[in-house]
Design a protein around this ligand. Structure first.
Ligand code: BES
Ligand code: ZN
Length: 458
């Protein structure tokens, strides 16, 4: 028991220090999608290198990529034949817009009661710092029972475009017995969670060009097609009235849900009222014939993530816009191939474009879904979580995406332990992202239990 409690006592005694390092990490505006933040990405990478060196790692190496560097580190256990745990994290965050909706500046972490607010506080700098704090507390107080490897990337929020090549060409370096990926979250407060499925993603832009420039809508309205209207019609045509995606072939590869799987999904305690409260939407929406949890975890979707055309400033301006564009993405479920889905949508859109305008489509990232419920180390993790919270662990099919889980399964042959200590109302990807600190502390406690607890095996 002592090996478990000593590190946690150390963590509690040094909590202020750990919290202040966490805040230092949050101060770095590492927005991966924005080229203006390239130097900040390097700073976030350097920050992690510093943290990893402080842990007394045997090796820390930075691998450049076409975009943002990958950090690898290794710390060996003094125990012979110790199993190896590979820990994944990402140091990039989503953009902060709309900035005026933040109650405090996104990169100036603000502590208010139980919450720490900043971009990345929950997704996932908070989770990276929870793991690093847990390991630091362990190595300061006891013997590490596992060999540790760390893989931190800076491109998760843009679909991990450099990671597959890196993993494929560094299989020996990354060889491991278990993978811990704390980029998933909890079902709710005091509901420790392990995620066994993630949705995939395919992201693309659709642009409709009409006249060569914005035109006076009085002089030319009625003779020239309006790209904003054409794009709206195309977007509207992508769903049927029953909420399903109206693209021929879109559901071709989707496996039907078995009664067992439906029952398993229904065991998640999240209710419609929770979803209404968290989102603030006046009513729920979605594909007919499936429960909200099935629609989140096990059905594909198509969403508009951004829409732009014409004059969007204050006041009015009478024009026919020269172009209209939309950022669109689909969440994918197991067995769907992102390239195939993109091709079906591209074909459907091409068929719906009238000859009065021109269409351009650009594909961004694509990642397949993930489904695996028997990752190595699952029993240890489940025990650590349930003992820390004094509650059974909830197994969840998650609607979000973490591309690396599938990539690691494919190239390293190891399934991931997907967990995390973010809550559904942390506002991830939204203004005022936050982390519930009492949950973060419990998360560190559970991670200490999970990692240091390996000594109690065998
Ligand atoms: N941490 C999230 C995914 C997530 C959130 C999983 C909550 C489980 C619970 C991750 O950082 C994320 O947002 N991923 C992107 C990936 C995409 C760009 C391929 C996503 O889901 O939008
Ligand atoms: Zn995210």
């Amino acid at each position: 028991m002592q090996t478990l409690s000593l590190p946690f006592q150390f963590f509690q005694a040094h909590f202020d220090e750990y919290l202040s390092r966490y805040q230092d990490f949050l101060r770095i505006p590492s927005v991966s999608t924005d080229p203006d933040h390239k130097a900040d990405m390097q700073r976030a990478c350097d920050f992690l290198v510093g943290q990893l060196k402080n842990l007394g790692t045997d090796r820390v190496e930075v691998f450049p990529t076409p975009m943002h560097p990958i950090v690898f580190a290794e710390k060996r256990s003094p125990k012979p034949n110790a199993p190896t745990l590979l820990i994944y994290g990402h140091y990039d965050v989503q953009p902060v817009a709309p900035l005026n909706e933040w109650k405090s500046p996104p990169f100036e972490p603000s502590l208010d009661g139980d919450y720490l607010t900043a971009r990345g506080a929950s997704d996932m700098k908070g989770q990276v710092m929870a793991v690093l704090s847990a390991i630091d507390s362990i190595v300061k107080t006891t013997e590490l029972p596992l060999n540790l490897k760390f893989l931190f990337e800076g491109e998760e929020e843009i679909g991990s475009p450099s990671l597959e090549t890196f993993i494929a060409s560094h299989r020996d370096l990354l060889a491991c017995d278990m993978v811990l990926n704390p980029d998933a979250g909890m079902v709710g407060l005091d509901l420790p969670t392990v995620v066994y499925s993630l949705r995939g993603l395919v992201y693309f832009e659709v642009r409709i060009d009409g006249p060569k420039t914005d035109l006076h809508s009085g002089l030319f309205g009625g003779v020239v097609a309006n790209p904003a209207i054409v794009l709206s019609e195309i977007i509207a045509s992508l769903h049927a009235p029953d909420g399903s995606v109206a693209v021929p072939g879109f559901y071709d590869q989707v496996l039907p849900l078995t009664p067992e799987e439906r029952a398993r999904i229904a065991a998640n305690p999240t209710r419609e009222t929770d979803l209404l409260a968290i989102t603030g939407a006046p009513a729920l929406y979605g594909e007919a014939g499936y429960t909200p949890l099935e629609r989140i975890g096990a059905r594909p979707t198509l969403d508009v993530n951004g829409l732009y055309s014409g004059f969007i400033g204050e006041g009015s301006k009478t024009i026919i816009p020269a172009y209209a564009s939309a950022k669109i993405s689909c969440r994918l479920v197991p067995n769907q191939d992102p390239d195939h889905v993109y091709d079906t949508i591209k074909k459907a859109i091409e068929n719906r474009v009238p000859p009065t305008v021109r269409l351009t489509m650009v594909k961004h990232s694509g990642a397949p879904a993930y489904l695996a419920d028997d990752a190595p180390g699952l029993q240890n993790l489940t025990a650590a979580l349930s003992e820390t919270w004094g509650k059974p662990v909830i197994f969840k099919r998650e609607g979000g995406s973490i591309p690396v889980a599938t990539t690691m399964q494919n190239y390293l042959g190891v399934k991931s332990l997907l967990t995390g200590f973010g809550l559904p109302d942390d506002h991830i990807h939204s203004p005022n992202e936050r982390q519930h600190l009492p949950t973060w502390k419990k998360g560190v406690q559970a991670l200490i239990h999970f990692i240091a607890g390996f000594e109690h095996e065998s």
